[in-house]
Write a protein that binds this ligand. Structure first.
Ligand code: HEC
Ligand code: HEC
Ligand code: HEC
Ligand code: HEC
Length: 208
């Protein structure tokens, strides 16, 4: 976060400063591609654009190509891949449009791109070895979970559940964006909403 001392302490100016500062935390993070030639020197452009976006309706002013992969989800029936929208909530589909390795990182603005994520950050299309999200992340599916209403009272817990249509029923689910925040708003490792020291992130939901 930049340390700028406001010259005049007007409330409106302070609010504007805070808004800018929280989004600016993406600067220098793993999601800041502005140093790469292909990103045109811009931070937001690979994911969002102000006009004529490449994937209207897929997400907020979404300018990146969107995955069409099928996914094996966490649960009892591995080997049974679900089509994209039946496997994942909308926000998770946006993340997987880089993190499943089927769509190039630089596939934005209508281009097809040239390189994909390798290594641990490539989750692939087999999600049976990952924390349940989307179809398998219904909340709560049984006892032992903290009431989401209590999250509001706990400082730093900026995360929320996502809604997804599962077999025609709108259902609250855990998505990638429940635990992570793409813009590094809280300045924590791995773009988390909540520091996982002492498993604090896990204990926010799991009443153990
Ligand atoms: C690596 C991809 C990526 C980059 C880069 C990125 N965003 Fe986002 N942004 C997302 C995703 C994904 C969402 C949707 C989050 C969700 O639905 O969980 C989002 C949502 C948003 C939203 C709407 C919801 C919210 O969080 O307020 C705004 C506004 C936004 N981004 C602004 C920006 C701006 C401004 C920049 C550049 C400084 C930027 N983003 C850079 C991925 C990105
Ligand atoms: C435009 C492509 C793109 C999109 C969209 C995108 N990411 Fe990433 N993300 C990347 C790249 C590239 C890296 C760096 C990978 C590496 O270093 O191996 C990365 C890194 C990460 C990391 C590791 C951060 C670290 O500090 O090591 C996390 C966590 C992450 N992304 C989560 C998400 C989530 C959650 C979403 C959706 C809300 C998302 N990403 C959307 C491209 C993307
Ligand atoms: C229940 C919370 C939770 C959910 C849901 C979740 N993650 Fe994570 N993720 C974490 C934590 C915690 C880490 C930190 C590393 C670790 O503990 O393995 C992490 C690490 C990562 C990394 C870095 C991997 C590495 O080893 O460097 C990426 C990339 C990532 N997550 C992407 C995603 C994407 C994409 C989704 C949605 C499909 C997702 N995460 C859903 C909690 C979550
Ligand atoms: C946002 C809420 C949330 C957070 C945070 C969260 N979980 Fe979960 N977790 C769920 C939901 C919802 C399920 C799927 C429902 C179920 O248990 O069948 C689940 C499932 C699991 C399961 C599988 C249970 C089974 O029956 O197979 C394990 C293990 C687990 N979580 C561990 C963790 C760990 C470890 C963390 C921290 C890194 C974590 N969770 C963070 C909500 C959460």
């Amino acid at each position: 976060m930049r340390r700028i001392t406001p010259i005049i302490g007007v409330a409106a100016a302070a609010t504007a400063y805070l808004t800018v500062a929280s989004l600016a935390d993406i600067t220098g993070s793993a999601h800041d591609f502005s140093g790469s030639v292909w990103a045109n020197g811009e931070i937001c452009l690979p994911c969002h654009a102000p006009h004529s976006v490449a994937s209207p309706g897929a997400g907020p002013l979404w300018n990146h190509a969107v995955t069409t992969a099928s996914y094996e989800v966490y649960g009892p029936d591995p080997g049974n891949p679900y089509p994209t929208a039946e496997a994942l909530d909308e926000g998770s589909i946006l993340c997987m449009s880089c993190h499943d390795g089927t769509v190039a990182v630089d596939a934005f603005g209508g281009g097809t791109g040239s390189f994909t994520i390798t290594g641990d950050s490539n989750l692939g299309t087999d999600l049976t070895d990952d924390h349940p999200v989307g179809r398998s992340g219904e909340y709560p599916s049984h006892g032992g979970f903290v009431d989401p209403a209590l999250w509001e009272d706990t400082a730093g817990h900026g995360f929320n559940l996502k809604e997804m249509i599962i077999d025609t029923v709108p259902t609250p689910v855990v998505g990638c964006g429940t635990c992570h925040e793409a813009h590094n708003r809280n300045n924590l490792d791995y773009f988390l909403w909540v520091d996982n020291a002492g498993s604090a992130l896990c204990l926010t939901c799991h009443n153990k």
